[in-house]
Each structure stands twice: as structure tokens, then as C-alpha cells.
Design a protein around this ligand. Structure first.
Ligand code: RAM
Length: 943
């Protein structure tokens, strides 16, 4: 390899997969880098990392806290910091140099940094403080059957019992120039903070949504620039948020507590080296302000006449404010912030303003989102404007509120200050919407008066799929929009009705999610919470966090369901595949084991009623390996069992009852196999053998119990065949017959979908990996309901909860239009159509296998993996195929070119046989090329 130093450099250094993070709590943070090289075939042969305290000059290579020395290794991701112990508030700088596998050395990378948060309870001088307040009213707890009974379809308003936001403040004096200042803050509720009239940070909804009793995140802010020598003031607004407000499936309140509180500590470092701490204590004062109430689900009411202008500035007069109370909560649930914060990630213009046949004035943003509006208005003081949010209009084009259930109003109210033009954007609420019904707007309402602010965890976009069929491009966009709308602090099912961390939904969508965006941090935080929510008996609740109302009411019903609780095993595994961080598997291992052991016990200890009198000992024995009791959601929302196309009412639970027995047992085998693989990777040999044998035993029991002689299964549904094939639930010699049944069912259904949440992620793979890609393509291009393109043709801008959300006759159902689960087909667009598929975790080794037989003329996908950006781009012009490929440094790939022949193919204009870096082998129907990093272009003839 011909390479010199200038041509190879480590770049994009991350710590815990974040760039220069601040306020982290991980004691041995994991360091990663990418490598840029101008030569092909670059593999790392060695690295050297040095780390120093922020005050040292890294270039001197002295006073180091860690010098890894030259380590012979190709590992360039997730290297654990091994230096001297980190300390609270510690600031560290680091850099890395690498050697290629042929021994050339790079320059040092640019330096990167991280900063620790407060690590110990003793670091806290601050006290929890609570303003004078009327505690939040606990709502009557109801269960989900009552919630969906129709009783709450016209849910009466409860705004009279909502709780005002609280303002807190204090002034303080900095007696000299401040050279460095940090604020460490968290709250009971959600907070907005200001210093001297300026906002602290740009994040929303901090401290975000976690299991607060066990895991309450503390945010760290660098506020040096916001402070003055002399008089200063700090001001905070607190709102109910997930802590005390109305949230969850049932819209219950007081999930974690009934009063708002603040914990904050401002640490100042002066020019002379002295320090001072200003912290929350009895010296703060509190008051109500313009927020009459703000509730995540119900909405916000803001009366601008009650603004306390300048409340966070030093000369504000707070003499009529009330004292606050110090409260003594334990600090042992505090944890340093992790993951990307929620932010306003985008602003959308209003598409149009329309007046409906019913005379309603509606602003249409053209896109279903999670967020809120920013409205500009002028009018007289006291004018009240009401903003109601929905994802849809009805068939006639009138406003239709599509979210059923209790306390889901999504209604904001703004009361004008009067005088100059004013701008309103609610602060402590968000909505799932595309349309906003505006009532009471003074003067003419034009599009320029409204913007939609998109709110989401600020995840990095790491992939895109694009092709010659605009409808599929819209599908990809819809998938990304549903992902964005449902990644608000936790992975949610939908951003309007429930906004809950449904374990099943994310388990299904995880591979697609990890292709589109950087999911590592947000999901490892969510998995931390999943482990905390796991019960002693191993059950993993259907949602994480697990809400109080659900806990109280549904405990006996269904704490965990097959396919949902299995997220405890599947999600860490999927994250490992995508990002290659073994430490996540290690951290999850005991929870994975606990879940599988729960499944083992639940299966072995219970027998279905219908077999109570069974006397066949063999049959009784195998029941132990079948998870065939208890309530499960099954292949949730299987179309033929859960929806009608003619308006007839269907019991949504039918798909649960009719499929759950076979689905649960497939998940039993699936999770047990993944656990066996995990055990093997972590070196737990005995466990690996035990779980592997167990999963085989489960498969055997499944086939004995449910497989008929003709290769059909007891539940004769597309989804069940998909799961049985995917998880090898039947002997190999039966696969062909099962596949025939699956294809028969699909054909019989006119090539329309009949797969529910749990099976759909595997449908297209099962077909295309078993020689029936032709059937997968028919499903992809189908436009009749249920199908992906049916939604597109009905104008969807996100992925719907149910395929018939807009029925063929145009009737619009009051269900969610923003559920990502059925968007899991995105994974197949990348892996099959563009053909990018990992072979080793984190794409250290991967396949690129474009499928030009799919009916498109070109397709292109990129995915930024931990090592760099992978590209697969193909174009068919006449019978000439052009394939562009990028393979990141320190990875290798197998490029599979179907239809190519060795004597006709060229790479970047040269005959392939003369390109030295590439090893080519022939296989039936094409070529396989082993390639190292670099950019390649192949051209060849195809039929
Ligand atoms: C629905 C949720 C979610 C699903 C569960 C079973 O209410 O929206 O998508 O996982 O039920």
C-alpha cells in the first residue's frame, strides 16, 4: 500500500458515541474514532490514545492521565478509557493516532474532550426546593378496557383542576470576573431555566422521561458566558411534565409525585482561582406567572398579561413572591445526563390556511409531526386564541380529532398581552398533529403567522434510502418522520394518544431505526430504564417507563406480553449488531437471563385449560416448552383479524387471542437463541449450551404441537408462517412446504399484507431469502389496502397505526397516524434493494448486494456506521449496470453482483482482473468481490 502520513488521519472522535459531551456519568467512557485515508484497503493495525486533564497541553504528551501506548489492534470503536480515575466535574482532552495494518503511522487526530458531571451525592450542596403550590389532583385510575370503551370519546375538559406552572428565582452577587461556571440541574417536573434574562441551554423537556424514582437525570450547562461580575439572577419555570401531569395510555396524573420541585447548583470559578456555589435553598422565592397550566397531554394555557417580565434579571422586585420550602428527597436516584437532548430540530412553514365546510379555520402544515406551533399575532389585551391539534381532517375536509381516550385534548390557549405584535409558542407541552384548528384569531390569519416547531431527541441522521420510484421515496420519508415523531426522549408508540415507551413497538422497529439515525445513546439509556423496571420475577413491562396507573390496574392483566417483554433480549442484541458495543450486552446480560428464565417458568408451570384432561404424557411433557398461557398481544393488529374495510366494528383484541399461542412460542425460541449467542460472545459457555439446547427443544415442541402433516400450521395466517420460517420453528425438510403455504396465503389475499406487528419485520426477508423475492416485490408495489403504498396513495406523511386509518371509501378513523411499527420495512429497503447488510457487528465486515430485479431503475442508500459511511448506489441503463460502492476505512466488504460476468466487468474503467486490491470469485449467476475500504465503481452487462 502506498500511503504517507498526510493521507491517513483519525477523525470524528466520540465519547459514549457523543461529540465532546459534557456532564456525563460513565466512569470508564468508551472512545471511538473513524479513520480517513486516501488509499484503498485501509485497516487499522494499531492505535495509541492519550488523555490528559483539560489544563494540560496535550501536545506536550506530559502529565497524562492515560497513555495507552501503541496497542496492536484493529479496534477503533468503544475503547474503554483505562486511565486514572475520573472525578466529578473533571474535564478531559484526548486524541488518538493509528497505524495501518502495513505499519504506516498517521498524524495525531485533532483533540476532543469530555467533562464529567457530579458523580457523588456529597457533591451536592443544593437542597430540593418546592414552591408554595396546590398539589396536582390525582385522576381516577382506569384500565385500558375502560379507556377504549368509548366512554372518553368526548372527554370532558378538566382544565379547572390543572395546576399552574411555578416560577422560581433568586439574585446573587459575583464579586469578581467569572472564568468558568457550570449549572447542574434537575427537577420534579420539567424545567426552563434562565440566567440574567437569557435562556440556559437549548434543550426542551429536561430532565426528560425516565423512571424518576430510580433514575433522575441531572443536566450540566456551561453558563460562563451568561454571567457578569456583579449582580446576577437565576430564574426557573417548572411544569408538571411526565412527573406529575396527565400522561400514559389512560391519561392519569401524578405518576411520580404531586408537587413540583427544583434541585440546582451553580458553581462559579473566579479569575483568582476561588470558587463559589449558588444553590437551590430557602433563599429562592416563587410565584405564579403566565402559565395558567401546562400539561403534556392536555395542552398549555398562557395568559401573556400575567408575564413577570425580567424575572430572571437581578433588579427584578420579588418582594411579593412567596418563600419556597426545602424538601428532603433522597439524592440516590440522581444520575448524570446521558444521550442526545430533546430540541426543536426543525421548523416547518404553514402549507395553507383553509376554511372547512363547517366553517372552521385550519392551518395545515402538510406533514404529521410531533411538536407545537409558533404563532405571531396582534390584538387587544385579553383576546383568547384557541389552538386545537389533530393529524387529520375527515372525509368532507372538516376538522377531525383523531385521538380517543382520556385527557388527550392537545389544545393550547393563548391570551393576548395587547399592544405590539406578540409571539406564542407553548413551552411545556407537545402534540402529534398536522392540522391546527384556530379559534379567536384576531384579524386575518395568513400562513406567515404560523410555523410548526418539530420537537425530537436530537439524533444524528445516519442513513437514507432513495430510488427511482417516488412512492417508495415517500414511504422512506414517512418512516423517518414517524421515527422522528416518536423519538422524544424515549422511543414511543405514538406522539399523541399514549406516547409510551412500548417495548414491542421498538423491538420491531429497532433495525430500521438504527439505519436511519444514531440510536446508540438514547437506546442504551432506555435499556438502563428497562432494567430498572424489570420485576423480580423477570417480567418486563409492556412500556418503559412503566406508569403508575398501568402498574396499579393492569398488574394481574398483562405486565408483560410475548414480543413486548422480549425487547429485554432483542433490543440489546439489535444494538450490538448495529453498533458493536459488547459492554451493552454485558450490562444487559442478567436482565436478558431473567426475562428468559421468566418465560421458561411461565411456560413450564402453566397449561392451557383445554388440555387439563389430557392424558397423553408426551403431549403433556412438551407443553412445558410451549408458551401457551396468559394474555399476550400476539401478532398485534393482524389486518384480517383486527380491521374491516367496510366500516364494520372489529374487536382489536381478536388478533391477540387468535395468534398469541404460536407467536409467544416463536418468541420463546427467538429470545432463547439470541441469549445463547450473547452468552457465547461474552464467554459464558455453559449458558450458551443450555440456552441453545433449550431453544431447540422449544422448536421441536412447536413443530410437534402445531405443524400439520401437509406443512400447514395450526394458525393459518401469513404472520405465523413468517415467524415459523424466520425462527426455524419447523424441521428443515418442511421449510419448502411452509413457504408454499405462506405464498399461497399471500396470493389468496391478492398480494396484500396480513401480518401484524410481530411478524411484519421478517416478512420481506423470509420471502427474499428463500427465493421468493418476486412475491416481496408484489407486496411492495401493492396499492390496495392493506399495503404500504395504499397509505402513500391516501396521502400519508407518516406511518399509520392501522392500514385502514383512511378507509378505501375515504372514511377517516379516529386512530393514530404516527406509529412507526409497520415502517420496519425500511430495513429491507436498505438491506435488500440497496443491499447493505452487516455480517459482523457494527459493519466491520458487511455485504453489498444490490437487487436490480426489484423493478426500479436505480436505488441508492448510505449508512454512516461506527467506522464511516457505507454507500451502495446502483443504476440500470438499458442492459448496463453501474454500481457505486463506498467501504469505510477499517472495514471490509463482500460485493455481490448478480448477473455480472468476469470477462465483461470493469472497475473504474479498468478490467476487474487487473485491479490488485480486489479478490473475485464466481458464483452461480454472478460475482462476489472481496474488497477493502475505498470507493469503487463497477460497470457490467445484465439481462
Ligand atoms: C397500543 C399501542 C402500541 C401497542 C400496544 C399493544 O395501544 O399504541 O402500539 O404496542 O397497544
Amino acid at each position: 500500500m502506498d500511503m504517507n502520513k498526510e493521507e491517513m488521519i483519525p477523525v470524528d472522535l466520540t465519547v459514549e458515541s457523543l461529540r465532546n459531551p459534557m456532564g456525563i456519568g460513565v466512569l470508564r467512557p468508551k472512545l471511538s474514532w473513524k479513520i480517513q485515508s486516501s488509499a484503498r484497503g485501509m485497516l487499522q493495525g494499531a492505535y495509541r490514545i492519550i488523555v490528559a486533564g483539560n489544563d494540560s497541553d496535550l501536545s506536550l504528551e506530559t502529565n497524562l492521565l492515560w497513555d495507552s501506548g501503541k496497542v496492536l489492534s484493529d479496534q477503533s470503536i468503544h475503547l474503554e478509557y483505562q486511565g486514572r480515575s475520573v472525578i466529578s466535574r473533571g474535564r478531559y482532552v484526548w486524541k488518538v493516532m493509528v497505524w495501518s495494518s502495513t505499519g504506516e503511522a498517521s498524524e495525531w487526530s485533532r483533540s476532543a474532550s469530555w467533562e464529567m458531571g457530579l458523580l457523588r451525592e456529597e457533591d451536592w450542596k443544593a437542597k430540593w426546593i418546592e414552591p408554595e403550590q396546590t398539589p396536582v389532583t390525582p385522576e381516577e385510575t382506569i384500565n385500558l378496557f375502560v379507556m377504549f370503551s368509548g366512554k372518553y370519546n368526548n372527554d370532558p375538559e378538566v382544565t379547572d383542576r390543572l395546576h399552574p406552572c411555578q416560577l422560581l428565582r433568586r439574585s446573587f452577587h459575583a464579586n469578581q470576573e467569572v472564568v468558568r461556571a457550570r449549572i447542574y440541574t434537575t427537577a420534579h417536573g420539567i424545567y426552563h431555566m434562565e440566567l440574567n434574562g437569557k435562556r440556559v441551554g437549548d434543550r426542551e423537556f429536561a430532565p426528560e422521561f425516565t423512571n424518576y424514582h430510580k433514575y433522575l437525570m441531572v443536566q450540566t450547562y456551561d453558563v460562563t458566558e451568561l454571567l457578569n461580575a456583579g449582580d446576577n439572577a437565576i430564574g426557573v419555570v417548572l411544569a408538571d411534565g411526565w412527573y406529575a401531569g396527565r400522561v400514559s395510555l389512560t391519561g392519569s396524573s401524578c405518576q411520580y409525585g404531586d408537587r413540583l420541585g427544583l434541585l440546582t447548583q451553580l458553581e462559579l470559578e473566579y479569575a483568582d482561582g476561588s470558587t463559589e456555589i449558588i444553590s437551590s435553598d430557602h433563599t429562592f422565592r416563587s410565584s405564579r406567572g403566565p402559565w395558567i397550566y401546562s400539561d403534556i397531554f392536555i395542552g398549555e394555557k398562557y395568559d401573556a398579561r400575567l408575564e413577570q417580565l425580567g424575572f430572571s434579571t437581578a433588579d427584578f422586585n420579588d418582594s411579593d413572591w412567596l418563600p419556597v420550602h426545602e424538601a428532603s428527597y433522597s439524592l440516590n436516584n440522581l444520575i448524570a445526563d446521558a444521550g442526545e437532548p430533546v430540541r426543536a430540530v426543525m421548523t416547518l412553514d404553514a402549507h395553507k390556511v383553509l376554511v372547512t365546510p363547517n366553517g372552521e379555520t385550519i392551518v395545515d402544515f402538510g406533514q404529521v409531526i410531533a411538536g407545537r406551533v409558533r404563532m405571531t399575532v396582534s390584538g387587544s389585551a385579553g383576546t383568547e386564541i384557541v389552538l386545537e391539534h389533530s393529524e387529520t381532517l375527515d372525509q368532507e375536509g372538516n376538522y377531525l380529532f383523531n385521538i380517543n381516550g382520556r385527557h388527550k385534548h392537545q389544545k393550547d390557549i393563548y391570551v393576548l398581552r395587547g399592544g405590539e405584535e406578540e409571539t406564542f409558542e407553548p413551552k411545556f407541552t407537545f402534540h402529534g398533529f398536522r392540522y391546527v384548528k384556530v379559534t379567536g384569531y384576531p384579524g386575518e390569519l395568513t400562513t406567515d403567522r404560523f410555523k410548526a416547531v418539530v420537537l425530537a431527541s436530537d439524533l444524528r441522521q445516519t442513513g437514507h434510502f432513495h430510488c427511482s420510484d417516488e412512492r417508495i421515496n415517500q414511504l422512506q420519508n414517512n418512516i423517518v418522520w414517524s421515527q422522528r415523531g416518536n423519538m422524544l426522549s424515549i422511543p414511543t408508540d405514538c406522539p399523541q394518544r399514549e406516547r409510551q415507551g412500548y417495548t414491542g413497538d421498538f423491538q420491531v422497529f429497532a433495525p430500521t431505526a438504527a439505519l436511519n439515525m444514531g440510536m446508540q445513546s438514547i437506546i442504551s439509556r432506555w435499556l438502563d430504564n428497562l432494567r430498572l423496571e424489570q420485576r423480580e420475577d423477570g417480567q418486563v413491562p409492556n412500556t418503559v417507563p412503566w406508569n403508575r396507573s398501568d402498574r396499579e390496574h393492569d398488574e394481574s392483566l398483562n405486565v408483560s406480553s410475548a414480543g413486548w417483554g422480549d425487547a429485554a433480549v432483542i433490543v440489546p442484541w439489535r444494538m450490538y449488531e448495529a453498533y458493536g458495543d459488547k459492554s451493552l450486552l454485558k450490562a444487559s446480560y442478567s436482565s436478558m437471563v431473567k426475562w428468559v428464565e421468566y418465560v421458561i417458568t411461565a411456560s413450564a408451570d402453566n397449561i392451557p385449560n383445554r388440555l387439563k384432561d389430557c392424558e397423553d404424557p408426551e403431549r403433556l411433557e412438551r407443553q412445558k416448552y410451549l408458551w401457551n398461557t396468559g394474555f399476550h398481544f400476539g401478532d398485534w393488529l393482524t389486518p384480517s383479524l383486527s380491521m374491516s374495510l367496510d366500516g364494520e366494528r372489529v374487536d382489536m383484541m381478536k388478533s391477540a387471542f387468535q395468534t398469541s399461542e404460536l407467536v409467544s412460542t416463536c418468541f420463546y425460541a427467538y429470545s432463547t437463541s439470541l441469549l445463547a449467542k450473547t452468552a457465547e460472545i461474552l464467554g459464558y459457555e455453559e449458558d450458551a449450551v443450555r440456552y441453545r439446547q433449550l431453544s431447540d427443544r422449544v422448536r421441536q415442541a412447536f413443530a410437534e404441537e402445531y405443524l400439520h402433516e401437509d406443512g400447514s400450521l395450526k394458525a393459518h395466517l401469513q404472520g405465523i408462517y413468517v415467524l415459523a420460517l424466520q425462527h426455524q420453528m419447523i424441521p428443515d425438510n418442511q421449510r419448502e412446504r411452509l413457504l408454499d403455504h405462506l405464498v399461497g396465503l399471500i396470493e389468496g389475499n391478492g398480494y396484500r399484507l396480513d401480518t401484524g406487528f410481530m411478524s411484519i419485520p421478517f416478512l420481506m426477508d423470509v420471502l427474499s431469502n428463500n427465493g421468493r423475492a418476486d412475491v416481496a416485490y408484489k407486496l411492495l408495489y401493492q396499492t390496495q389496502c392493506p399495503s404500504w403504498l395504499y397509505e402513500i396513495e391516501k396521502g400519508a406523511t407518516t406511518i399509520w397505526e392501522a392500514w385502514n386509518t383512511i378507509m378505501p371509501n375515504g372514511t377517516v378513523l379516529p386512530v393514530s397516524q404516527n406509529h412507526y411499527a409497520f415502517g420496519c420495512v425500511g430495513n429491507w429497503l436498505y438491506t435488500h434493494i440497496a443491499g447493505i447488510k452487516a455480517i459482523e457487528p457494527a459493519y466491520k465486515h458487511f455485504i453489498i448486494h444490490p437487487h436490480q430485479d426489484c423493478g426500479m431503475t436505480w436505488a441508492e442508500a448510505y449508512h454512516e456506521c461506527m467506522y464511516g459511511t457505507i454507500l451502495s448506489s446502483w443504476r440500470k441503463e438499458g442492459n448496463i449496470m453501474t454500481v457505486d460502492v463506498t467501504i469505510p476505512e477499517n472495514t471490509t466488504a463482500e460485493i455481490v453482483l448478480s448477473g455480472a460476468s468476469i470477462d465483461q466487468i470493469q472497475e473504474s474503467g479498468a478490467a476487474l482482473s487487473v485491479v490488485p486490491e480486489l479478490a473475485v470469485s464466481l458464483h452461480q449467476g454472478g460475482l462476489t468481490i472481496q474488497a477493502g475500504s475505498g470507493k469503487y465503481q463497477f460497470k457490467y452487462f445484465v439481462n
